[in-house]
Unconditional design. Structure first.
Length: 158
């Protein structure tokens, strides 16, 4: 379903996938309720070629389910990056270093954020986004994704 949403343009899948994310978020977040949902932004070229940002569609669906505001105009990719698919772990981290910037820090300063993406593989995207958001004053940044790759699990397990 993730592949069909992301690469086949099946936007209608964002609703049911957002519902799955909502169940996960409610279970994992517990009493820590985020104040804003932030989708991981695409590069401008990728957004133009795809026509939509799958993370933003997922965040909008998740926001409807949880009654939370989504703001997709706070975080931006400030430089074009190579697609992460097929890159090694080290290349992924190098590819995204300094790639994200907060455009309006006043919207996130002092707030608890939930970063939304479709897949977490090495964690490079989540970390790069979190660094930018925390530097701009976010109190906390939690991450929710539909899927986690084996490499990510191997890297966070003891």
């Amino acid at each position: 379903m993730i592949w069909a949403l992301k690469y086949q343009g099946r936007r209608s899948l964002a609703g049911p996938l957002g519902l799955l994310l909502a169940g996960l978020a409610l279970k994992e977040l517990g009493d820590v309720v985020p104040q804003l949902l932030i989708p991981v932004p695409l590069t401008p070229a990728r957004l133009q070629s795809r026509g939509f940002n799958q993370a933003e569609l997922l965040a909008l669906s998740l926001g409807r389910e949880l009654g939370l505001v989504v703001t997709g105009r706070v975080l931006a990719r400030v430089r074009e990056t190579t697609p992460q698919v097929g890159l090694s772990r080290q290349a992924r981290w190098q590819n995204l270093a300094g790639a994200f910037q907060v455009l309006e820090s006043g919207l996130i300063r002092g707030r608890r954020l939930l970063l939304v993406d479709d897949v977490l593989t090495t964690g490079a995207t989540a970390v790069a986004c979190t660094v930018a958001l925390r530097a701009a004053g976010a109190v906390s940044v939690r991450v929710v994704t539909l899927a986690t790759g084996f490499e990510a699990i191997a890297n966070i397990s003891p």
